[in-house]
Each structure stands twice: as structure tokens, then as C-alpha cells.
Design a protein around this ligand. Sequence first.
Ligand SMILES: Nc1ncnc2c1ncn2[C@@H]1O[C@H](COP(=O)(O)OP(=O)(O)OP(=O)(O)O)[C@@H](O)[C@H]1O
Ligand SMILES: [Mg+2]
Length: 325
Amino acid sequence: MKASELRSRLTGLSLLVVGDVMLDQYFWGEVRRISPEAPVPVFELQEISYALGGAANVAANLRGLGCQVQLCGVLGEDREGEVFQGLAQQNGLGTEGLIRASDRPTIVKTRVLAQAQHLLRIDSEKVTPLPPLLKENLKKRLEPLLDWAQAVILSDYAKGLFLSEGFCLWLVEEARRRAKPLFVDPKGLNWRKYQGATCITPNRKEFTEIALKEDLPPEDLGQACPRLVSRYGLDFMVVTLGPEGMFLYHPEEGSWHFPAQAKEVYDVSGAGDTAIAALAAFYTAGLPLKEAVAYANLCAGVVVGKMGTKPVLWEEFEAQLEKGT
Ligand SMILES: Nc1ncnc2c1ncn2[C@@H]1O[C@H](COP(=O)(O)OP(=O)(O)OP(=O)(O)O)[C@@H](O)[C@H]1O
Ligand SMILES: [Mg+2]
């Protein structure tokens, strides 16, 4: 497929991201003296900036590739929730699936940076399962979005949305009933709640943990993946291997290893978000599976070369594609 054809297919895609959304907040400033009150630095705040985090970073990556995106998740009834919603809209994300809840704050990760040095991270979150009424409201919001979407990404950061196995399974089953592919970025050892997903994309650590739990050899991907695919009713599986790239297993197409494509590595945070976003987009655009994984690997290679957690942009991907051919 020519790049221009792929680009126009991507811009025509409707994708739904459901997950734990977060606001990344950055405090930029300087430290020039020690506090007279205690032996700690005094941070002089100069500027505050924001970015979309967690599941919202997956959505930002899909937008970066040109897709139409709806984001579904829970925010607090607080100022940070307002900031998040404004940022999502500025980034061109559909916000019909965002619900404000009174029982929890917006999840915020604040990074304090003095002269670009990371001094401190402050987390604000309340990790508890969703109350029943909130789950019902989410399901009502999700029904029309599931009809609209051509594929779904379930981005689990274990911050509340999918702590209920019932809600998680409901989402997976509703997607399957509509024949919409569903991709899971998993957390934790309970994969039963993802049963019947199209694909799960653990990183190396998540893969090792689930393999050990299932009494499978964690170092032997070629042996463990087929067992996990059949046990959890998946169509295929992609393991992201950090500096070693990606591993694909599909029952008919077999096992494939894709070496990492990064030229320079500055910041690997968020690479997993890019990987699942790009994989879902390219697969849903109709690329053969191996090509979709190879291209997702290329996109992840682009973002690890950027400072901070930044989404991939189509132009950057296209430039890499041209270099490779
Ligand atoms: N050090 C690296 N060198 C080259 N490529 C990398 C490196 N780290 C990550 N990548 C690319 O990013 C992809 C995803 O990375 P990784 O497996 O670390 O996911 P992850 O742990 O879920 O990331 P995160 O949770 O930080 O978003 C890899 O499959 C690879 O393509
Ligand atoms: Mg990850």
C-alpha cells in the first residue's frame, strides 16, 4: 500500500479508546537556594504546562496518525478535570465518553523540573473500583460509541476503570458482539477479564508475570504465547520488548520477531501507548498483520527518540518509512 493511500485510510478511521485517563502536569522553574525552614531546595515556579496521560496518551497517538478518536474515561469534578477536558478538545479528541465523578479526583501526575532536571513527582489519585451507578452511566455512554467505532483500545493502568472484572468483560464482549477488533494494554495478573479480546499487548515485565502465573516459560515467547492466546481466546498476541522490539504470535501466521527500530533513545516513557495505538490503527486500516506490527514498531521507535511523553505524528512515521525503503 502506498503511503498516501495508508494516510487517507487512517484519516477515515473511527477509533474508541476506553481507559484510565490522566493529566500530566509539569512545573517548570529554578532552584537557587536552600530553604531557611528545612534543608530542602526552594523551587521557584515559572511556568505550568499540561499533557494528556495514561489512556489519553493512547488517544493522542491515534490523533497524531490522523484517526478520528473518541475517548472514554472518568475525571473528577475538579479544576484538573476542566483542564483535561479543554486539552482533549484542543487535541481534537471526541469527549462524549468522558464522565465527571464526585467520588474521585482527576488523576494527575505532576513533575517538578528545575533547569530541566526532574526534582520530584507528585501523584494525585484515588484507586478504587467504580461505584455501580457510575458503571451503568459509562455503559450508556459506551453503547453508541461502540456502534460508531471501527475498533476499540482498552488501556488499563489499574487506576479504577477496569478493577471490576464484570465491567471489563462487558466491554470486551460488546466489542466482539459488534465484530469490532479490541486491543488490550493489560495490567495485573487477572487476564480473565480480557477473555475474548482480539489482541493483548503486554510489555516484557507484564508478559513474564502472566507466564509465571500460568506455569509457562517466560523466556520462551514461542512456547508461552500460543498457550496464552488459546487460554484467553485471543486472535493473536503482541509482546513489546523495549530495546528488543516486538514479538508477534498468530495461530495461523506463526511467530515473528521485529527488532527495535529506534535510531536514538532519549525517553522511553509512553512508547507502549504509541505501540498499541499504531498497531490498532494500522490493523484496522486493513494492513496485513505483520506489516501492521512492523509499522507500529517503527512508530514506537520514533517516540523513544523524543524528549518527554509525546505522541507520534504521521509526518514523522512517513519520514521513517521513506528512509527504510
Ligand atoms: N530502549 C529502546 N530502544 C528502542 N526501542 C524501544 C526502546 N524502548 C522501547 N522501544 C520501542 O517501544 C516499544 C514499546 O516499548 P516497551 O516494551 O518498553 O513498552 P512499555 O513498557 O509498555 O512502555 P511504557 O509503559 O513506558 O509506555 C517497543 O516495542 C520498541 O518498539
Ligand atoms: Mg505499557
